[in-house]
Design a protein around this ligand. Structure first.
Ligand SMILES: C[S@@+](CC[C@H](N)C(=O)[O-])C[C@H]1O[C@@H](n2cnc3c(N)ncnc32)[C@H](O)[C@@H]1O
Length: 280
């Protein structure tokens, strides 16, 4: 067994990571997190979205098409089951303006873009996805996607889907982008810097950029700071950040998606996706 796979080592590293993140988060000055615009969504609505028969009927064709893009399943991209859940969430809530923080290899980007394309075909217009990364994910010289094992750049993939005109790529630190963003978004997917301090500030700024009834979705949310997969590493940041916001009085509630109706990774259906809803 690899040293890093030893459950005792993983458990120890999880404890150290949580302690370090907690300490760093404590040093961040308090921010206001406006929650008025957050969607009043509950667990049963989320469950019904994931079980939507109309979306399930269109999914096989979408999955086949997206599989031709050759997106790697390694390299910290959102796993295939989570990508499918994102497709369902975007498809069901029909946002006009979507913001993604953390483009990386574009795994989640193309699933969100495909959902917007399907909604546009239903007759909604105009739709827009802005995706932000601190790294130049489409740079033709750096070719980061190849370094991670993907076949095409995120920009090439959205062009192949025929949605190059509705997706814009921005290279910027998330906080700076969010602070300067001129408009409001109906759907924000936060999958950038996972450090507690960063998520604490980003979630607050993102909430201020949300259109009424908008949805914020987090990736790598580990409820209770506990492993989602037995003996596996925990990313404590998103959970610690939301715990602090709630402790400071932010009227929000995090709804972990828990087990999806389809496989995610490590032989199970568990996801780290979570919806941020208005507390009732
Ligand atoms: C886990 S990856 C995102 C995976 C992506 N959603 C996908 O499915 O391919 C996190 C990404 O966030 C980016 N990132 C990290 N810190 C950031 C920041 N402060 N602002 C913007 N992007 C950031 C990283 O460069 C990395 O590409």
């Amino acid at each position: 067994m690899n040293f890093k796979d030893n459950p005792l080592v993983v458990g120890g590293l999880n404890t150290v990571r949580r302690w370090r993140e907690t300490r760093r988060l404590r040093r961040v000055p308090r921010v206001q997190c406006p929650t008025e615009a957050l969607a009043s969504i509950d667990e049963s609505r989320v469950r019904s979205i994931l079980a939507d028969p109309g979306i399930a009927a269109e999914w096989p064709a979408i999955a086949t098409e997206l599989a031709t893009l050759g997106i790697t399943e390694e390299a910290h991209g959102v796993n295939p089951g989570d990508r499918r859940a994102l497709y369902y969430l975007v498809r069901a809530t029909r946002p006009a303006r979507v913001l993604e923080i953390g483009t990386h290899i574009g795994a989640s980007t193309v699933h969100i873009a495909a959902a917007l394309r399907a909604t546009a075909r239903d007759g909604s217009a105009p739709l827009r996805l802005t995706t932000v990364d601190i790294l130049p994910v489409n740079d033709p010289t750096a070719r980061l996607w190849e370094r991670y094992g993907s076949r095409h750049s995120p920009a090439t993939m959205v062009q192949r889907l025929g949605v190059g005109d509705i997706v814009e790529f921005k290279t910027a630190p998330a906080e700076a982008f969010l602070a300067a963003a001129p408009g409001k978004y109906d759907f924000i997917f936060l999958d950038g810097d996972h450090a507690a301090a960063a998520v604490y500030r980003e979630l607050s700024t993102a909430s201020a950029k949300l259109a009424p009834g908008g949805l914020i979705v987090l990736h790598d949310y580990f409820p209770g700071g506990q492993p989602l997969w037995p003996g596996s590493p925990v990313i404590p940041g998103p959970w610690l950040a939301t715990e602090r916001l709630v402790a400071e009085g932010a009227k929000l509630r995090v709804l972990p998606l828990g087990d999806l109706p389809w496989p995610t990774k490590l032989g199970g259906n568990t996801t780290s996706l979570a919806v941020v809803a208005k507390a009732t």
